[in-house]
Design a protein around this ligand. Structure first.
Ligand code: ATP
Length: 945
């Protein structure tokens, strides 16, 4: 039995192969027969499951993943790695010429360890982020398909040859399909043919054989985008067998590009790298001049100079940036913000204007009909009982929404609200659709803001009715008659006045309005669509409630606290838009105007810029207007985030600094061109994204100021001690060990810090190219000052103390002892102070309270990794300082028999560095109180950010 079935299955797929490249030349009936399917009922679930087993899942072959070893070896090509490797090899050669001692070998080993650790961390980060990208790509796409006679949504991977699919504007074509019902379908096939112009499709047979893909007009190819209209198609090829599947393996992944932040960091590190060469040369020069006093070999002096140069470079910065971006991407995904391009994380952090759609983003998109208006009277939907009449027919027939038996909703929220109303009134809309067959239609588009269908209402002898529903602004000029208590009469000016008044009544309550009209037709001309939407009979109005999202109000407040302006751009009526905007706090005394699409067209750009100063609400706009609004805002130096869901939103999504698509209601086209996708369509998530973006910037800035200060302090200490005492305060092993502790152990967890909500109380950056050093130079200077000061102080105190003591009998011995203890003093301070002040770089120890004494931002809780790694670093440095002679010799200082008084002074000075930095930050820089000043009102930060 099993064998028999296999034979049969095999012959089916082989049979399909015979028609390859001929699908366009076959009639609909023939194709349905070959594919053993039915246009009315589709495949059965069992048959589909069987075919899925035979043909496999409808997925494209995955591009080859780069090998982890290749990533590892590539990481050595970093310019800094190369510089360090050259320095290491140079010192090895010099060392070989001279006689090598244990500490020198140790120096080389430390260089090798640093290079290796950096490369390993970089490789792991890259590897992890590559795997995460995979996860994003696997985001489930769905297709509407006919199975067991019912329309249902399935994962596109489960499509099989023979499935009847429904695809509309904004969707990706889910598999290679022959079009069997075409409704003004236009498809962008650039992914396949490279042709940028959208192709008009047909559903007739094309007799010619051997057509190139671009000429197969009755076929919709997998992964192409429907930009207009809709179609019913029958799938004939899936996955690897599809045209895109055949070439998918040949399309290589676009090369990973560095983000602007990574560029800025690389540039900064390279500049510091070049400066370090000069500083190294200066140290070598001074040491060489003083060498009589120092008494070391030239090789050792050179090694100190090379190590000092290396130590200035903040090598770990590039890794910290990668870690920050990686953590932020993951965190954002958890907060429903899917980052498609890593650079958008940084841009999100810089955004100062958000232009948001209304429906679904600011509102819940859970629409239901609240009221109706017919024959001059208003009715509450709950209080009347609807019967089948022309208005109800219009609601049922001029509508693509379906709520199936499982309660699954297919279609847009407006249509579904009407379906809900019909179902509440026990009206069988599906039976009506079967009875009054749809013969033609003009789909909804966001420019006209109406849709029309033509239905065969009076049976086969041919009386048609065109039904139109949509925005009244469009419908009113086209209505010539009105239904008044079941009688059709010419529409009067008074009727129009009454309708407009009623529209205002609904709109002032924040409700969305739809008008319904019809036109009786004796015959139809399928080529002349415009006839349907003219000389209409007005039948009534419906008011739909789409409540604002509660949480969005707080998010908008958060945005305002963060210095971000929120603008609503909607296709809805101006009064409805203004009402919803006011409820959400988008309008205020300054921004209390509305601009409509019509006004945008009548105003010049200068006038619009002037209007923008008092307007946060744009209503009844077309998608093209959105791009213009972005353009004008950008011309005023704003960094703009723009949301969009429709096919026509693509230009504005591309134009905006951050294009944000909607994961649930958004079309595939909008998701494709966007930088970010909101998986929950919620405005609140944009604010979470901005918070994460700002945190990335802040963490990078902390890391830079920490690393630069710690590294420069070390080199400055060497230079000053060299200048004053003619001695080397630290040797190459000390310096390299410092790099290891500071760069590798302590700095990296700074990038892993918890996100702070406090960043949302700072104003956004003033311009896109703001330097990474902006706002941290004072911090760097102060930290460097204190760290160097106390390190040099330790050196000096030890030197003076020993030279004036009787710890040794001869002056020479005294001098040797003084230099040993003094070196230990500077070593303790240079090594340990950064470990303590690393934690202070997030100096938010005090909770921030508002004027009412309520806590706005909790006390800062240091990251557990920073604490653990701090303890490890402290243990390591303490171990190196244990008072054993051998160990002392290795590290080239003396702690053996260190006088207690010196030990106490060393520790006090070491701790004074972070204490001074903290106090200065608190008193002089007033970071905390500055932030408080930004709180205009009695505000609280949204706890769930
Ligand atoms: P946003 O741009 O904020 O998402 P929106 O969803 O209200 O706003 P559109 O979907 O373009 O914008 O709708 C604009 C108008 O078009 C609505 O006010 C309504 O009158 C009309 N409309 C919306 N959906 C339909 C539909 N399915 N059929 C007919 N008319 C519709």
């Amino acid at each position: 039995m099993q064998e028999n079935q296999n034979v049969q299955d095999l012959s089916f797929s082989q049979e399909l192969d015979k028609y390859s490249k001929k699908w366009h030349a076959l009639s609909n009936e023939r194709i349905l027969k070959i594919l053993k399917t039915n246009q009315k009922s589709g495949l059965t679930t069992q048959e589909a499951a069987k075919r899925l087993e035979e043909f496999g899942r409808n997925t494209l072959p995955k591009p080859k993943k780069p090998n982890i070893f290749a990533i590892f070896f590539k990481s050595f090509l970093d310019p800094l790695c190369i510089m360090m490797a050259i320095a290491g090899i140079a010192s090895l050669i010099i060392g070989l010429i001279n006689t090598l001692e244990a500490p020198d070998i140790a120096g080389l080993i430390i260089i090798a360890v640093i290079i290796l650790t950096n490369s390993i961390i970089a490789t792991l980060q890259e590897w992890k982020s590559l795997n995460q990208k995979e996860a994003i790509k696997n985001n489930v796409l769905e297709a509407v398909v006919l199975r067991d006679g019912k329309q249902t949504r399935i994962n596109i991977e489960e499509l099989v040859p023979g499935d009847i699919i429904y695809t509309k504007s904004g969707d990706f074509v889910p598999a290679d399909s022959r079009i069997i019902d075409n409704q003004m379908l236009k498809v962008d096939e650039s992914a396949l043919t490279g042709e940028n112009e959208a192709v008009e499709k047909v559903d007739e047979v094309i007799e010619e054989q051997h057509l190139v893909l671009g000429d197969q007009k009755n076929i919709a190819f997998m992964s192409t985008l429907v930009v207009e209209g809709k179609m019913v198609g029958v799938v004939f090829n899936t996955g690897r067998e599809s045209e895109i599947g055949k070439i998918a393996t040949k399309i290589s992944e676009t090369k990973k590009q560095k983000t602007p932040l990574e560029h800025k960091v690389s540039k900064l590190t390279l500049i510091i790298g070049l400066a370090s060469v000069i500083l190294g040369a200066i140290i070598f020069g001074i040491a060489y001049v003083n060498n009589e006093k120092i008494g070391e070999s030239i090789y050792k002096l050179l090694l100190v100079a090379v190590s000092s140069a290396i130590s200035i470079i903040p090598e770990s910065l590039t890794i910290i940036v990668k870690i920050c971006l990686f953590i932020a991407t993951k965190k954002m995904a958890r907060k429903n913000v899917m980052i498609k391009k890593p650079k958008s994380i940084e841009t999100l952090g810089n955004v100062n204007v958000i232009c948001s759609d209304k429906t679904g983003t600011l509102t819940q998109n859970k629409m239901f009909v609240d009221s109706l208006y017919m024959s001059g009277k208003e009715y509450k939907a709950k209080e009347i009982e609807l019967q089948e009449d022309p208005l109800v027919r219009c609601m049922a027939l001029c509508n693509d929404g379906v709520i199936n038996k499982k309660g699954e909703k297919i279609g847009n929220a407006t249509d579904l609200a009407l379906v809900g109303l019909l179902m509440d009134n026990k009206i069988n809309y599906q039976a009506m659709r079967r009875k009054y067959k749809r013969v033609d239609e003009i789909p909804f588009d966001s420019k006209r803001k109406v849709m029309s269908t033509v239905n065969q209402v009076d049976g086969p002898d041919g009386k048609y009715v065109a039904y139109t529903k949509g925005a009244m602004d469009y419908l009113i000029p086209h209505c010539k008659h009105i239904v008044d208590n079941d009688i059709v009469r010419p529409i009067t000016d008074q009727d129009i006045e009454n309708i407009k008044e009623q529209l205002l009544v609904f709109a002032k309550k924040g409700m969305r309005t739809l008008g319904f009209a019809k036109k009786d037709l004796d015959e139809i001309d399928l080529e002349q669509d415009y006839q349907y939407e003219d000389k209409l009979v007005f039948m009534g109005l419906v008011a739909i409630i789409d409540p604002p999202r509660e949480e969005v109000k707080y998010s908008i407040e958060d945005a305002h606290n963060a210095g971000i302006r929120v603008i609503m751009i909607t296709g809805d009526h101006k009064v409805t838009a203004f009402e919803i905007a006011s409820r959400l706090g988008i309008t205020d005394e300054q921004y209390n105007d509305v601009i409509t699409g019509a006004e945008i067209e009548s105003l010049s750009n200068e006038e619009l810029i002037e209007k923008l100063k008092s307007t946060n609400v744009f209503a009844r706009v077309n998608p093209e207007h959105k791009a213009l609004i972005v353009d004008l805002l950008q011309s005023q130096n704003n960094i703009v985030a723009m949301t969009g869901d429709g096919v026509n939103d693509s230009p504005s999504l591309v134009k905006a600094d951050v294009g944000i698509a909607m994961g649930i209601t958004g079309t595939e086209v909008s998701k494709k061109v966007s930088d970010v996708i909101l998986t929950d369509d919620n405005f609140k998530s944009i604010i979470s994204g901005i918070n994460s973006g700002r945190n990335v910037y802040e963490k990078i800035k902390y890391s830079i100021s920490f690393l630069v200060a710690a590294n420069i302090s070390q080199v400055l200490t060497i230079l000053i001690v060299l200048g004053i005492f003619g001695q080397l305060a630290l040797n190459s092993v000390n310096i390299l060990f410092h790099i290891f502790v500071v760069e590798t152990i302590v700095a990296i967890p700074i990038g892993m810090q918890r996100e702070r909500k406090g960043v949302m109380l700072n104003p956004p950056p003033t311009h896109k190219k703001e330097s990474l050093l902006k706002g941290i130079i004072t911090q760097i200077c102060l930290t460097t000052l204190f760290n160097t000061l106390f390190a040099v102080l330790n050196y000096s105190i030890a030197d003076i103390y020993v030279m004036h003591s009787d710890l040794a009998s001869s002056k020479e011995e005294l001098q040797k002892l003084a230099s040993g203890y003094a070196k230990a003093g500077s070593y303790i301070c240079i090594m340990n102070s950064p470990i303590f002040y690393a934690i202070l770089f997030n100096n938010r120890f005090l909770p921030i309270k508002n004027d009412n004494g309520e806590t706005i931002i909790d006390k800062y809780k240091p990251n557990k990794w920073l604490i653990i790694l701090m303890c490890i670093a402290l243990t390591l440095t303490t171990l190196t300082m244990l008072p054993f002679e051998g160990l002392n010799e290795f590290f080239d200082f003396k702690t053996h028999k260190l006088p207690a008084i010196l030990a106490v002074i060393f520790i006090i000075n070491t701790l004074l560095t972070p204490i001074c930095i903290y106090l200065v930050n608190l008193i002089v820089l007033k970071t905390t109180s500055n932030m408080k000043k930004n709180l205009s009102k009695q505000q609280t930060i949204n706890k769930e950010l």
